[in-house]
Write a new protein. Structure first.
Ligand code: C2E
Ligand code: CA
Ligand code: CA
Length: 588
């Protein structure tokens, strides 16, 4: 039922405006009819009175209607039927009476636009019955004519219902019957505008099911779908009527709570997540701040969700709009140099020696323990700390690795991950150049790892920064290639030197001949374009064998070495060198 109920999505404002327009048009119709009516009888003054009443209702509804509860609209649609009946009864001639009876069409449209199917059908039946009875009571209109008017009215009602249903489907998630992302965005913009006008509070929340992937993987998609439906249904029933609950993506739900402060919203989502102890829910909550845009509000909710997950899932966090505790602690850790840098070897498969490393940041929170990099990188991005984090990693890595680079002799690549926010900072290329110059790290031995989606999102500025950096001698790697919208044609146009194949692409190469074939094609193409190819996430000997066979030159993964502190890295480098020597000795 909810899936086809437009009244949940039809805002009071749209209802009010449409009703006002219909009342105004109805008033105009009656006014015209009144002007043509016999000047002597009571018809003309009575019709004029009805027309004026309709105009007054139209004006009042347009002005104050958006604040009225839905019951008032039911009353006004019923009143429309009443006024129509009056005009039919007072009309001086049958033609005028039939014209007035045709106003039931407005009642039909209004009812089906804004009410659930049941109440709308009641309004329609009432209007049709009243029009027929009034026309028959007059005695000068044949029954078939009255029935013809009713047929038109019912048709208008049915068609309106069909169109409204179609429109509602575009903003509904078919699985849960909830509003979809598009409907949510519409509601969000509408509610922010209302808050701006009236100064009322608005809170937003993102709710993410913790165990959903597990349920899907272990129990199948049908079980996953059932969980989504059960959760959506229970939450919908527990929420206030004016709340908007949407399915935002796979297992993520979004919630808008008009008139609710952040702290109350936090209590509410905690109650919601308690309804599903078996699934586990992480929630991020935030309250609209003055001058917030829709994107800013949802970014904060997303940030709060990150913190909830980082804090161990099953939690709800409120982002007050001010710097969060985690961001505060991360800033302190950066200032104290407490963010560590680990190194993962990159291996040249033709010689099985370490040709470089990727630097990966590691942070252990004093209370929460180790925080996954994906999460603290996001916190850094959202709190203006990403520049400091990137610089810390770059400096630490260059200083720590210099002895190893000198010992290895020749080139030794250092890969550092670069966030979109960093690349879009106009001062970034110059800062990087200055740091490597200061620490004596050769520019050509520094590889900046950027993801393709980042380049898509921040296109022109980011791409320009990469051109500047390459002109200064640095190399650029496309990270996580093979995920998202990686497109081969972009490789030809982007300023890159290295392609890093994501571990999700590499995982099946030993078991899927098609994937191995794709790998061979990509290796051939990278070769033709003069790009180096690095396979990421290599965990098994069988994958290593396929990589060598299909012509992928470089690899990285647990098989060769995990991300480790410098001291352990030195052991790994030595071990790989011994293995390589042993291999070449036994091979000939
Ligand atoms: P990434 O750039 O794709 O880094 C590679 C990730 O794969 C690392 O995760 C690494 O630990 C993991 N990995 C390496 N070998 C294997 C393997 O054989 N199997 C599997 N399953 N995983 C493997 P990590 O350290 O959790 O980092 C996650 C992401 O966080 C990185 O993805 C990178 O995007 C970001 N990140 C880490 N450090 C920094 C940093 O200093 N700055 C920025 N901007 N981002 C960073
Ligand atoms: Ca990387
Ligand atoms: Ca990667």
């Amino acid at each position: 039922m909810t899936a086809t109920c437009p009244s949940d999505v039809a805002p009071a404002r749209a209802t009010a405006v449409t009703l006002a327009v219909f009342y105004a048009c109805g008033g105009l119709t009656v006014l015209l009819v009144a002007m043509g009516a016999d000047a002597d009888g009571i018809a003309r003054p009575a019709l004029l009175a009805v027309a004026l009443t309709a105009f007054a209702v139209a004006g009042t509804t347009a002005r104050w209607g958006p604040r009225w509860p839905q019951a008032v609209f039911h009353a006004l649609v019923a009143a429309g039927t009443g006024l129509m009946t009056t005009t039919v009864l007072v009309s001086s001639d049958p033609v005028t009476a039939v014209v007035c009876a045709s106003l039931t069409g407005f009642v039909a449209m209004d009812a089906f636009c804004f009410f659930r199917l049941g109440p709308a059908a009641l309004h329609l039946s009432g209007a049709v019955a009243a029009a027929t009875a009034a026309l028959q009571w007059r005695g000068d209109v044949p029954l078939v004519t009255a029935l013809a008017v009713c047929t038109v009215t019912v048709t208008i009602g049915v068609v309106t219902q069909g169109l409204v249903d179609l429109a509602a489907r575009a903003v509904r998630d078919p699985l849960t019957g909830l509003t979809n992302r598009r409907g949510f965005d519409d509601a969000l913009h509408r509610m922010i505008a209302t808050s701006g006008r009236t100064g009322s509070k608005l809170s937003a929340a993102l709710l993410d099911l913790d165990r959903f992937k597990e349920i899907n993987d272990l129990e199948g998609h049908a079980a996953g779908d059932a969980v989504l439906r059960r959760v959506a249904d229970a939450w919908q029933r527990a929420l206030p009527r004016d709340a908007v609950l949407a399915r935002h993506g796979g297992d993520e739900f979004a919630l808008l709570l008009p008139g609710t402060a952040g702290s109350d919203a936090l209590h509410l989502v905690r109650r919601l997540s308690d309804l599903h102890g078996d699934v586990g829910v992480s929630c991020g909550v935030t309250e609209l701040q003055p001058a917030d845009s829709a994107a800013q509000l949802m970014r904060r909710a997303d940030h709060a969700l990150y913190l909830a997950k980082a804090g161990g899932r099953g939690r709800a966090e409120l982002d007050s709009g001010h710097t969060s505790e985690l961001a505060h602690d991360l800033a302190a850790a950066l200032a104290e140099g407490a963010v560590e840098v680990h190194f993962q070897p990159v291996v040249d498969l033709s010689t099985t020696t370490v040709t470089g490393v990727e630097a990966l940041a590691r942070w252990t929170h004093p209370r929460l323990g180790p925080v996954p990099p994906d999460q603290f990188v996001a916190v850094a991005e959202q709190n203006g700390l990403i520049g400091a984090l990137g610089e810390h990693v770059l400096r630490t890595a260059c200083s720590a690795l210099t002895p190893l680079r000198l010992a290895v002799g020749g080139s030794f690549g250092l890969g550092v991950n670069v966030s979109g926010r960093e690349l879009c900072d106009p001062g970034y290329p110059e800062r990087v150049r200055a740091i490597v110059a200061e620490l004596g790290w050769p520019a050509s031995d520094l590889v900046l790892e950027v993801t393709e989606s980042l380049l898509e999102a921040h296109s022109s500025t980011a791409v320009r920064a990469l051109h500047t950096l390459r002109a200064a001698g640095l190399r650029v790697a496309i990270d996580d290639f093979g995920t998202g919208y990686s497109s081969l044609s972009r490789l030809d146009t982007l300023p890159v030197d290295i392609v890093k194949l994501d571990h999700s692409f590499i995982a099946p190469i030993a078991t899927s001949p098609r994937r191995a074939q794709m790998l061979r094609s990509i290796a051939g193409m990278a070769d033709a374009l003069g790009l180096s190819l690095v396979a990421e996430g290599v965990e098994g000997e069988d994958q290593d064998a396929v990589l060598r066979l299909e012509g992928c030159r470089y690899a990285q993964g647990y098989l060769y070495g995990r991300p480790v502190p410098l001291a352990t890295l030195l052991d790994d480098v030595a071990r790989l060198r011994t293995d390589a020597l042993a291999g070449s000795a036994s091979g000939g």
